[in-house]
Ligand binder design. Sequence first.
Ligand SMILES: Cc1cc2nc3c(=O)[nH]c(=O)nc-3n(C[C@H](O)[C@H](O)[C@H](O)COP(=O)(O)O)c2cc1C
Length: 226
Amino acid sequence: MSGDERSVPPPLVPLPDPAQLPGARALDLPELIRGRRSVRRLRSDPVPPELVTAVLEAACWAPSPHGTQPWRFVVLTRDERKRELAEAMADAWRHHLAMDGQDDETIARRLAGSQRRLREAPVLILVCLDPSDLDRYPDAERQQAERIMAIQSLGAAVQNLLLMAYRLGLDTGWMCAPLFCPDVVRRVLDLPEYLEPQALVTLGYAAADPQRRPRRPLDRLIVAWE
Ligand SMILES: Cc1cc2nc3c(=O)[nH]c(=O)nc-3n(C[C@H](O)[C@H](O)[C@H](O)COP(=O)(O)O)c2cc1C
């Protein structure tokens, strides 16, 4: 065993052995990274709780500012809770779509699609920012940078979660809806005021393979390499 392998810390909780999971994807890291995809139609088959725990455990190994781990999770599996959240967020979204000047038919179609997506997913994971442990600064500029760092790390945690889900044979979808109605989400889920809903991840087994979005050529994204 090399020194590097020995320095890998043990998991925070016992993890399922992917070799024992029928749908697990035995892929190496580059393949997992390229294979992970947004799946917007999931089957309603339940997800074993130990797999939900495993994806949350993966999230916790993401880097974070000062190691603060500013992410918090709310897991919803009960139909009633998922429905309540979907309906409350739909009300907020309806208001925003109307403000954007969308016609009634388009609004109804988009809301129905989003609600179906949330209700069909066997697991919803709300990812919230907990800013309590962030460093405090006297000036707004550094405070803003501190906050951005925390949000960046929350994104890294979500990516870990998505990759682990994909490794375990699950699929995911990242939804930004809670960002636009944090008060509604806090009220429906009885969350304290200091938690900031940032993302909603749908988790389950894909109903069908989605069309992938192509990626931009890498050389267009590298601005400088000096
Ligand atoms: C911050 C963030 C917010 C997103 N919000 C949504 C969303 O609200 N609805 C949705 O269907 N997809 C959402 N996505 C998923 C992207 O649309 C998707 O990742 C992108 O189209 C690339 O496709 P892929 O994930 O299949 O590679 C979001 C992704 C990110 C990173």
